[in-house]
Design a protein around this ligand. Sequence first.
Ligand code: ADP
Length: 353
Amino acid sequence: MSHPMDDTLAALPLPALAIDGSERIIAANDEASDLIGQGVHGRNYVIMLRQPVLLDTIERVLGDGRDRVSQYLANDGIQDTTYQVTVRVVGSQRTLLLCFLDVTHLEQAGQMRRDFVANVSHELRTPLTALMGFIETLRGPAKNDATARDRFLDIMEGEAGRMNRLVGDLLSLSRVEGDERVRPRDQVNLNDILGSVFRTLKQLADEANVTLEPEFGDVSVEVTGDADQLMQVFTNLIENAIKYGASGGRVTVRIEMTQRDPALRAPGIRIHVIDYGPGIDSIHLPRLTERFYRADSHRSRALGGTGLGLAIVKHIINRHRGRLRIESELGQGTRFTVVLPMTPAQAETELTD
Ligand code: ADP
Protein backbone atom coordinates (compact mmCIF):
# COMPACT_ATOMS: atom_id res chain seq x y z
CA MET A 1 0.00 0.00 0.00
CA SER A 2 1.91 3.04 -1.13
CA HIS A 3 1.18 6.63 -0.28
CA PRO A 4 2.18 9.82 -2.11
CA MET A 5 4.38 10.77 0.85
CA ASP A 6 6.48 7.60 0.51
CA ASP A 7 8.57 9.08 -2.33
CA THR A 8 9.34 12.18 -0.32
CA LEU A 9 10.25 10.19 2.80
CA ALA A 10 12.45 7.88 0.71
CA ALA A 11 14.57 10.92 -0.18
CA LEU A 12 15.23 11.80 3.47
CA PRO A 13 18.57 10.63 4.89
CA LEU A 14 17.14 9.62 8.27
CA PRO A 15 14.33 7.39 9.54
CA ALA A 16 11.01 9.15 8.93
CA LEU A 17 7.36 8.15 8.95
CA ALA A 18 3.95 9.77 8.71
CA ILE A 19 0.82 8.98 10.69
CA ASP A 20 -2.73 10.27 10.35
CA GLY A 21 -5.67 10.97 12.61
CA SER A 22 -6.84 7.36 12.41
CA GLU A 23 -3.71 6.30 14.30
CA ARG A 24 -2.25 4.53 11.26
CA ILE A 25 1.21 4.77 9.79
CA ILE A 26 0.49 5.98 6.26
CA ALA A 27 4.03 6.33 4.93
CA ALA A 28 7.55 5.38 5.98
CA ASN A 29 11.02 5.12 4.46
CA ASP A 30 13.35 2.10 4.61
CA GLU A 31 15.41 3.65 7.41
CA ALA A 32 12.25 3.82 9.56
CA SER A 33 11.39 0.19 8.79
CA ASP A 34 14.92 -0.84 9.76
CA LEU A 35 14.50 0.99 13.04
CA ILE A 36 10.99 0.09 14.16
CA GLY A 37 10.17 -3.03 12.16
CA GLN A 38 9.18 -4.17 8.67
CA GLY A 39 5.67 -3.95 7.21
CA VAL A 40 4.73 -0.75 8.99
CA HIS A 41 2.37 0.63 6.36
CA GLY A 42 -1.23 0.73 7.55
CA ARG A 43 -0.32 -0.50 11.03
CA ASN A 44 -1.38 1.21 14.22
CA TYR A 45 1.43 3.48 15.35
CA VAL A 46 0.85 2.67 19.04
CA ILE A 47 1.67 -0.97 18.36
CA MET A 48 4.70 -0.18 16.23
CA LEU A 49 6.30 2.53 18.36
CA ARG A 50 5.33 1.29 21.82
CA GLN A 51 7.47 3.67 23.88
CA PRO A 52 5.24 5.67 26.29
CA VAL A 53 7.28 8.90 26.11
CA LEU A 54 7.01 9.09 22.33
CA LEU A 55 3.37 7.97 22.24
CA ASP A 56 2.45 10.62 24.78
CA THR A 57 4.14 13.30 22.66
CA ILE A 58 2.30 12.15 19.51
CA GLU A 59 -1.04 12.25 21.32
CA ARG A 60 -0.39 15.76 22.50
CA VAL A 61 0.57 16.96 19.03
CA LEU A 62 -2.56 15.32 17.62
CA GLY A 63 -4.51 17.10 20.36
CA ASP A 64 -3.34 20.69 19.92
CA GLY A 65 -1.50 20.70 16.57
CA ARG A 66 1.75 22.03 18.09
CA ASP A 67 5.12 20.60 17.02
CA ARG A 68 7.13 18.80 19.70
CA VAL A 69 10.39 16.91 20.21
CA SER A 70 10.56 13.53 21.89
CA GLN A 71 12.89 10.57 22.31
CA TYR A 72 13.12 7.01 21.01
CA LEU A 73 15.49 4.39 22.44
CA ALA A 74 16.73 1.46 20.38
CA ASN A 75 19.60 -0.94 19.98
CA ASP A 76 21.54 -1.43 16.75
CA GLY A 77 22.74 -4.91 17.70
CA ILE A 78 26.02 -3.60 19.07
CA GLN A 79 25.00 -0.81 21.41
CA ASP A 80 22.02 1.08 22.79
CA THR A 81 21.08 4.01 20.59
CA THR A 82 19.14 7.20 21.29
CA TYR A 83 17.06 9.10 18.74
CA GLN A 84 15.69 12.59 19.03
CA VAL A 85 12.27 12.49 17.36
CA THR A 86 10.67 15.63 15.94
CA VAL A 87 6.90 15.31 15.71
CA ARG A 88 5.47 17.91 13.31
CA VAL A 89 2.08 18.60 11.79
CA VAL A 90 2.05 18.46 7.98
CA GLY A 91 -0.34 20.89 6.25
CA SER A 92 -3.66 21.62 7.84
CA GLN A 93 -4.79 18.00 8.16
CA ARG A 94 -4.14 15.79 11.09
CA THR A 95 -1.13 14.20 9.47
CA LEU A 96 2.08 14.06 11.50
CA LEU A 97 5.62 13.62 10.27
CA LEU A 98 8.08 11.93 12.62
CA CYS A 99 11.83 12.27 11.93
CA PHE A 100 14.34 10.25 13.97
CA LEU A 101 17.73 11.89 14.47
CA ASP A 102 20.44 9.60 15.88
CA VAL A 103 21.96 11.46 18.84
CA THR A 104 23.75 8.45 20.35
CA HIS A 105 27.21 9.99 19.95
CA LEU A 106 26.07 13.21 21.65
CA GLU A 107 24.66 11.24 24.56
CA GLN A 108 27.88 9.24 24.80
CA ALA A 109 30.05 12.37 24.67
CA GLY A 110 27.98 13.90 27.46
CA GLN A 111 28.30 10.76 29.56
CA MET A 112 32.06 10.61 28.97
CA ARG A 113 32.43 14.24 30.03
CA ARG A 114 30.49 13.58 33.22
CA ASP A 115 32.53 10.44 34.00
CA PHE A 116 35.77 12.29 33.33
CA VAL A 117 34.94 15.16 35.68
CA ALA A 118 33.85 12.67 38.36
CA ASN A 119 37.12 10.70 37.94
CA VAL A 120 39.35 13.78 38.05
CA SER A 121 37.57 15.06 41.15
CA HIS A 122 37.95 11.71 42.84
CA GLU A 123 41.66 11.44 41.94
CA LEU A 124 42.36 14.94 43.26
CA ARG A 125 40.26 14.57 46.35
CA THR A 126 42.18 11.58 47.71
CA PRO A 127 45.57 13.36 48.12
CA LEU A 128 43.81 16.57 49.09
CA THR A 129 41.99 14.84 51.94
CA ALA A 130 45.30 13.41 53.14
CA LEU A 131 46.96 16.84 53.01
CA MET A 132 44.12 18.44 54.98
CA GLY A 133 44.30 15.68 57.57
CA PHE A 134 48.02 16.17 58.10
CA ILE A 135 47.74 19.95 58.31
CA GLU A 136 45.16 19.45 61.04
CA THR A 137 47.43 17.00 62.89
CA LEU A 138 50.44 19.32 62.61
CA ARG A 139 48.42 22.18 64.05
CA GLY A 140 47.09 20.06 66.90
CA PRO A 141 48.39 16.78 68.38
CA ALA A 142 51.80 16.82 66.60
CA LYS A 143 52.50 20.49 67.17
CA ASN A 144 55.56 20.00 69.32
CA ASP A 145 56.68 16.61 68.07
CA ALA A 146 59.64 17.24 65.74
CA THR A 147 60.00 13.59 64.62
CA ALA A 148 56.33 13.24 63.73
CA ARG A 149 56.44 16.60 61.94
CA ASP A 150 59.26 15.48 59.63
CA ARG A 151 57.50 12.23 58.85
CA PHE A 152 54.20 13.99 58.11
CA LEU A 153 55.91 16.59 55.94
CA ASP A 154 57.46 13.77 53.90
CA ILE A 155 54.06 12.19 53.36
CA MET A 156 52.58 15.58 52.51
CA GLU A 157 55.31 16.13 49.94
CA GLY A 158 54.44 12.79 48.39
CA GLU A 159 50.73 13.63 48.20
CA ALA A 160 51.43 17.07 46.74
CA GLY A 161 53.70 15.38 44.19
CA ARG A 162 50.85 13.04 43.24
CA MET A 163 48.53 16.00 42.65
CA ASN A 164 51.23 17.73 40.63
CA ARG A 165 51.74 14.67 38.41
CA LEU A 166 48.02 14.34 37.89
CA VAL A 167 47.65 17.97 36.81
CA GLY A 168 50.72 17.59 34.56
CA ASP A 169 49.27 14.48 32.90
CA LEU A 170 45.87 16.13 32.49
CA LEU A 171 47.48 19.08 30.73
CA SER A 172 49.51 16.74 28.50
CA LEU A 173 46.39 14.81 27.62
CA SER A 174 44.47 17.93 26.73
CA ARG A 175 47.36 19.24 24.59
CA VAL A 176 47.71 15.93 22.81
CA GLU A 177 43.98 15.69 22.17
CA GLY A 178 44.01 19.28 20.90
CA ASP A 179 46.49 18.59 18.10
CA GLU A 180 45.52 15.01 17.34
CA ARG A 181 44.29 16.03 13.88
CA VAL A 182 47.43 17.94 12.96
CA ARG A 183 49.91 15.57 11.35
CA PRO A 184 53.49 15.84 12.59
CA ARG A 185 55.96 16.99 9.90
CA ASP A 186 59.46 16.75 11.32
CA GLN A 187 61.91 14.00 10.46
CA VAL A 188 63.17 12.58 13.74
CA ASN A 189 65.69 9.90 14.57
CA LEU A 190 64.22 7.07 16.66
CA ASN A 191 67.60 5.84 17.89
CA ASP A 192 68.32 9.31 19.33
CA ILE A 193 64.89 9.49 20.95
CA LEU A 194 65.17 6.05 22.53
CA GLY A 195 68.75 6.73 23.62
CA SER A 196 67.66 9.85 25.39
CA VAL A 197 64.72 8.03 27.07
CA PHE A 198 67.17 5.36 28.28
CA ARG A 199 69.43 8.01 29.82
CA THR A 200 66.45 9.62 31.59
CA LEU A 201 65.22 6.30 32.99
CA LYS A 202 68.60 4.80 33.86
CA GLN A 203 68.41 5.79 37.50
CA LEU A 204 64.85 4.50 37.92
CA ALA A 205 65.92 1.19 36.36
CA ASP A 206 68.98 0.94 38.63
CA GLU A 207 66.87 1.58 41.70
CA ALA A 208 64.45 -1.15 40.64
CA ASN A 209 67.31 -3.55 39.80
CA VAL A 210 66.22 -3.68 36.20
CA THR A 211 68.66 -3.93 33.29
CA LEU A 212 67.66 -2.00 30.17
CA GLU A 213 68.42 -3.97 27.01
CA PRO A 214 68.42 -1.92 23.82
CA GLU A 215 68.22 -4.10 20.70
CA PHE A 216 68.24 -1.50 17.96
CA GLY A 217 70.57 -3.23 15.54
CA ASP A 218 72.91 -0.93 13.64
CA VAL A 219 70.35 0.74 11.41
CA SER A 220 69.48 4.33 11.98
CA VAL A 221 65.72 4.78 11.88
CA GLU A 222 64.02 8.01 10.83
CA VAL A 223 60.30 8.63 11.21
CA THR A 224 57.99 11.54 10.55
CA GLY A 225 57.03 12.60 14.02
CA ASP A 226 57.00 14.99 16.91
CA ALA A 227 60.18 14.34 18.91
CA ASP A 228 58.81 15.51 22.29
CA GLN A 229 55.66 13.45 21.92
CA LEU A 230 57.53 10.32 20.85
CA MET A 231 59.84 10.81 23.84
CA GLN A 232 56.74 10.84 26.00
CA VAL A 233 55.37 7.64 24.42
CA PHE A 234 58.55 5.67 25.06
CA THR A 235 59.16 7.21 28.46
CA ASN A 236 55.69 6.14 29.58
CA LEU A 237 55.98 2.63 28.15
CA ILE A 238 59.50 1.93 29.40
CA GLU A 239 58.76 3.49 32.79
CA ASN A 240 55.70 1.24 33.13
CA ALA A 241 57.78 -1.79 32.13
CA ILE A 242 60.34 -0.91 34.82
CA LYS A 243 57.72 -0.14 37.47
CA TYR A 244 55.27 -2.96 36.90
CA GLY A 245 57.66 -5.54 35.45
CA ALA A 246 60.56 -5.00 37.86
CA SER A 247 60.38 -8.59 39.11
CA GLY A 248 61.50 -9.75 35.65
CA GLY A 249 64.82 -7.99 36.17
CA ARG A 250 65.16 -6.68 32.60
CA VAL A 251 63.34 -4.66 29.97
CA THR A 252 64.05 -5.16 26.28
CA VAL A 253 63.43 -2.49 23.66
CA ARG A 254 63.63 -3.78 20.10
CA ILE A 255 63.21 -2.02 16.76
CA GLU A 256 61.95 -4.04 13.81
CA MET A 257 61.20 -3.04 10.24
CA THR A 258 58.52 -4.64 8.14
CA GLN A 259 57.78 -4.07 4.49
CA ARG A 260 54.11 -4.68 5.06
CA ASP A 261 52.50 -4.20 8.42
CA PRO A 262 49.04 -5.83 8.40
CA ALA A 263 47.49 -3.14 10.61
CA LEU A 264 48.91 -0.23 8.62
CA ARG A 265 48.76 -2.02 5.24
CA ALA A 266 52.04 -0.29 4.51
CA PRO A 267 55.72 -0.49 5.45
CA GLY A 268 56.04 -0.03 9.19
CA ILE A 269 58.48 0.32 12.04
CA ARG A 270 57.72 -1.69 15.15
CA ILE A 271 59.14 -0.73 18.49
CA HIS A 272 58.64 -3.43 21.13
CA VAL A 273 58.88 -2.65 24.84
CA ILE A 274 59.08 -6.01 26.57
CA ASP A 275 59.14 -6.82 30.25
CA TYR A 276 59.28 -10.17 32.03
CA GLY A 277 57.18 -9.22 35.05
CA PRO A 278 53.82 -10.48 36.30
CA GLY A 279 51.90 -9.64 33.10
CA ILE A 280 48.35 -8.33 32.76
CA ASP A 281 45.19 -10.42 32.85
CA SER A 282 43.66 -10.49 29.36
CA ILE A 283 40.32 -9.13 30.64
CA HIS A 284 42.03 -5.78 31.22
CA LEU A 285 43.78 -5.47 27.86
CA PRO A 286 40.98 -3.92 25.78
CA ARG A 287 40.41 -1.14 28.34
CA LEU A 288 44.00 -0.41 29.37
CA THR A 289 44.32 2.78 27.31
CA GLU A 290 41.16 4.35 28.77
CA ARG A 291 41.76 7.30 31.05
CA PHE A 292 42.10 6.27 34.69
CA TYR A 293 41.77 2.57 33.89
CA ARG A 294 44.18 0.51 36.00
CA ALA A 295 44.70 -3.23 35.90
CA ASP A 296 45.95 -3.21 39.47
CA SER A 297 44.87 0.04 41.05
CA HIS A 298 46.50 -0.67 44.38
CA ARG A 299 49.92 -1.11 42.76
CA SER A 300 49.46 1.80 40.41
CA ARG A 301 48.69 4.16 43.29
CA ALA A 302 51.49 2.77 45.43
CA LEU A 303 53.91 3.42 42.55
CA GLY A 304 52.59 6.96 42.07
CA GLY A 305 50.67 6.26 38.84
CA THR A 306 48.00 8.63 37.56
CA GLY A 307 46.21 6.12 35.31
CA LEU A 308 46.64 8.52 32.37
CA GLY A 309 49.98 7.37 30.91
CA LEU A 310 48.61 4.91 28.36
CA ALA A 311 45.74 7.23 27.40
CA ILE A 312 48.37 9.83 26.47
CA VAL A 313 50.39 7.19 24.61
CA LYS A 314 47.36 6.14 22.58
CA HIS A 315 46.47 9.69 21.53
CA ILE A 316 50.04 10.46 20.46
CA ILE A 317 50.24 7.27 18.41
CA ASN A 318 46.90 8.08 16.77
CA ARG A 319 48.27 11.47 15.81
CA HIS A 320 51.22 9.72 14.18
CA ARG A 321 48.81 7.43 12.29
CA GLY A 322 50.35 4.48 14.10
CA ARG A 323 49.02 1.58 16.16
CA LEU A 324 49.52 0.29 19.70
CA ARG A 325 49.39 -3.43 20.38
CA ILE A 326 49.44 -4.94 23.87
CA GLU A 327 50.15 -8.63 24.44
CA SER A 328 50.62 -10.24 27.80
CA GLU A 329 50.75 -13.58 29.47
CA LEU A 330 50.30 -13.90 33.21
CA GLY A 331 53.54 -14.76 34.92
CA GLN A 332 55.54 -14.28 31.68
CA GLY A 333 55.49 -10.54 31.09
CA THR A 334 54.06 -7.91 28.81
CA ARG A 335 54.89 -6.63 25.34
CA PHE A 336 53.77 -3.19 24.16
CA THR A 337 54.33 -2.68 20.44
CA VAL A 338 54.19 0.73 18.81
CA VAL A 339 53.81 0.54 15.03
CA LEU A 340 54.69 3.70 13.12
CA PRO A 341 54.42 4.26 9.38
CA MET A 342 57.78 4.07 7.64
CA THR A 343 58.79 7.17 5.71
CA PRO A 344 59.06 6.61 1.94
CA ALA A 345 62.79 7.44 2.09
CA GLN A 346 63.38 4.82 4.80
CA ALA A 347 61.31 2.24 2.91
CA GLU A 348 63.48 2.90 -0.14
CA THR A 349 66.72 2.35 1.84
CA GLU A 350 65.31 -0.82 3.36
CA LEU A 351 64.43 -2.14 -0.09
CA THR A 352 67.83 -1.49 -1.58
CA ASP A 353 69.74 -2.75 1.43
P1 ADP B 1 49.54 4.33 35.63
O1 ADP B 1 49.78 5.77 35.88
O2 ADP B 1 48.59 3.71 36.61
O3 ADP B 1 50.82 3.56 35.45
P2 ADP B 1 49.03 3.85 32.80
O4 ADP B 1 47.96 4.41 31.92
O5 ADP B 1 50.45 4.12 32.42
O6 ADP B 1 48.71 4.33 34.27
O7 ADP B 1 48.82 2.27 32.86
C1 ADP B 1 47.54 1.75 33.13
C2 ADP B 1 47.62 0.46 33.91
O8 ADP B 1 48.15 -0.57 33.08
C3 ADP B 1 48.52 0.51 35.12
O9 ADP B 1 47.82 0.99 36.23
C4 ADP B 1 48.93 -0.95 35.28
O10 ADP B 1 47.96 -1.62 36.07
C5 ADP B 1 48.87 -1.51 33.87
N1 ADP B 1 50.20 -1.65 33.24
C6 ADP B 1 50.81 -0.79 32.38
N2 ADP B 1 51.99 -1.26 31.94
C7 ADP B 1 52.17 -2.46 32.54
C8 ADP B 1 53.20 -3.47 32.51
N3 ADP B 1 54.31 -3.30 31.77
N4 ADP B 1 53.01 -4.59 33.26
C9 ADP B 1 51.91 -4.76 34.02
N5 ADP B 1 50.90 -3.85 34.10
C10 ADP B 1 51.02 -2.72 33.37
